[in-house]
Design a protein. Structure first.
Length: 59
């Protein structure tokens, strides 16, 4: 695709790449946290797991 005369190339807004990376990071962290809580609750027969157990599953 060629650029026609008088048309400027569209550039992303400043900070959108950083914002997208931050959103992906937050999504991955919250997903991992939810997974460790589920695994911990499964190993404690549905009871709230102690913090140390959640940390072990997180590693």
């Amino acid at each position: 695709m060629t650029q026609q005369a008088g048309q400027a190339r569209r550039r992303p807004l400043p900070g959108t790449t950083l914002l997208a990376a931050l959103r992906r990071f937050i999504f991955l962290v919250t997903s991992a946290d939810a997974g460790t809580v589920v695994l911990s609750m499964m190993t404690t027969d549905g009871n709230l797991p102690p913090v140390i157990q959640k940390m072990i599953w997180g590693i």
